[in-house]
Design a protein around this ligand. Structure first.
Ligand code: COA
Length: 334
């Protein structure tokens, strides 16, 4: 297969879905030692959405992709590759990409799931861009989707208040204009962070047993303070680095699109980049941390609201379990 280096990848459509069921902070006050004020002050979260218990992650991913395809007049048959970024796949296997491909009738697509926790969407976007740049594919879907309510311990006040469910999708297509689209990416992993943020059971190391269930090893475990410290530095530094590398000043950036884990992490990142909060996409107050969903949901909401304009330089930034983190520079062109 010939490799075409004269192409770049551009986002040509977005879509998103969040469940209807709103869980306000005061719900947790009813059975945990916590308060609406603590949650708002320490995280910036006011409420989040949780999907019905009997519905899987693919339900939300499909809704987000349908929204995305509708916005670009594209049919499922035209999609050549689907990358699903998630830590809450419908099942261990087949992949959620297979579930979606089948249910949506994407009969000409292949695809796979990609696991990079809260950085999943950035890792998926960078991967998808390679298939476009090489000329291998012309229409690629990246969908970030997580049903975090399925893996959080309702009795753990450290984590249950943080997470929500949701999905966001983008369509990537080629352009011959190399000055637009996905312009640069800096991505990192550091597996030494595993102990601070994980879900240890359910894989081959700790298959499901009565013991793993008794020890609550199928739930998210997070040492918040430890993760907070590295997340602040990691996300802020990589966002600053991608600006510097591309000779961009803060005035050149239209939007920072940060992973929505904690408002204090987001504002530290904006500070490092010299950006006011009026240039930062924030919806953590409404949705909490939807893991792979946060960044594409922001893109879709801001584009729908007319706040994202053709020619805008935007920096997508994330930090998550692994550790995984990174930044991607995009020139928006729809
Ligand atoms: N309500 C009330 N008190 C709570 C609480 C809650 N929901 N959750 C924790 N606390 C308590 C803690 O038990 C602790 O009490 P102690 O001092 O008696 O031990 C106290 O509040 C302070 O806890 P701490 O962990 O220092 O709070 P924090 O200010 O760091 O906020 C997080 C906690 C989780 C919000 C914050 O650490 C965080 O956002 N971490 C990073 C998350 C992240 O980026 N993850 C990566 C991507 S998913």
């Amino acid at each position: 297969m010939s490799v075409n280096t004269k192409l770049n990848a551009r986002i040509t459509a977005t879509g998103h879905y969040v469940p209807d069921n709103v869980i306000e902070n005061k719900y947790f006050e009813s059975y945990l030692e916590t308060s609406d004020t603590w949650i708002r002050d320490r995280t910036g979260i006011y409420e989040r959405r949780w999907l019905d218990k009997d519905k899987p992650t693919s339900f939300m991913a499909i809704k987000a992709i349908e929204d995305c395809l509708k916005n670009s007049n594209t049919t499922p048959e035209e999609i050549e590759l689907i990358i699903v970024t998630t830590v809450t796949p419908d099942m261990m296997y087949p992949s959620t990409a297979c579930v979606i491909q089948n249910q949506m009738g994407m009969k000409n697509a292949w695809g796979f799931d990609l696991s990079a926790a809260c950085s999943g969407f950035l890792f998926g976007l960078n991967t998808a861009a390679q298939f476009i740049r090489t000329g291998v594919h012309k229409k690629v879907i990246v969908v970030g989707a997580d049903k975090m309510s399925s893996i959080i311990n309702p009795e753990d006040r450290n984590t249950v208040i943080l997470f929500g469910d949701g999905a966001g999708a983008v369509l990537l297509e080629p352009t011959e204009d190399l000055s637009t689209g996905i312009l640069d990416s800096i991505l990192h992993i550091d597996g030494s962070g595993e102990q601070y943020l994980n879900q240890r059971a359910g894989g081959s190391l700790h298959p499901a047993t009565y013991e793993t269930i008794d020890k609550k090893m199928h739930y998210v475990h997070q040492e918040g303070k430890a993760v907070f410290k590295v997340a602040v530095i990691g996300m802020a530094e990589v966002s600053y680095e991608i600006m510097e590398k591309n000779n961009l000043k803060s005035d050149d950036i239209a939007w920072l699109v940060p992973h929505q884990a904690n408002l204090r992490i987001i504002s530290a990142c904006a500070d490092r980049m010299g950006l006011g909060m009026d240039k930062v996409m924030v919806n953590i107050n409404k949705y909490g941390n939807t893991t792979s969903g946060t960044i594409p949901i922001c893109l879709s909401e801001w584009y729908k609201n007319g706040k994202l304009k053709k020619g805008d330089n935007i920096v997508l930034a994330s930090f998550g379990a692994g550790y995984t983190w990174g930044a991607i520079l995009v020139k928006w062109d729809i």
